[in-house]
Design a protein. Structure first.
Length: 144
């Protein structure tokens, strides 16, 4: 049974004891991938290794774009392999863009990196290939 994230536990306390909202397995995997991508190891006490090391390269000066991209992909693949057991044969592609975000006159403007993360994998329970797309903004890391 797959539950929709974030959990709305207030539904459990409704008259008659409501149920938590459910979703398909593919939707559940997609939402869990978002949690994996945006969580740094050590943030959750239930599993100190949960997440990815993407935060380690978030503010890193890029010496070689290809090396940075390889490391990014490696971190995503490891995070998925370690934490999402419903997928196999995972492949990751990324597309990196600089995004100019204008601020107020006082603060100036900022340039952030937008990373489109495309994850392909086989859902083990159905043996079907699925693709998932997540958009991350680096500096600081956030999700769209």
């Amino acid at each position: 049974m797959n539950y929709n994230l974030p959990l709305d536990i207030s539904r459990l306390f409704t008259e008659g004891g409501g149920d938590l909202e459910r979703c398909s397995e593919v939707e559940s995997i997609d939402k869990f991938l978002a949690v994996i991508l945006t969580t740094r190891p050590g943030e959750h006490s239930f599993d100190r290794s949960f997440g990815t090391l993407l935060g380690d390269i978030d503010f890193e000066n890029i010496i070689s774009k290809s090396t940075w991209e390889e490391r990014f992909i490696e971190y995503v693949k490891k995070g998925i392999a370690d934490n999402e057991k419903r997928l196999k044969d995972v492949e990751v592609q990324i597309n990196v863009k600089d995004v100019l975000r204008e601020e107020s006159e006082i603060q100036g403007f900022s340039v952030r990196k937008r990373v489109d993360v495309i994850i392909h994998g086989v859902v083990i329970s159905t043996n079907t290939r699925q693709s998932f797309k997540h958009i991350l903004y680096l500096g600081p890391l956030s999700k769209d």
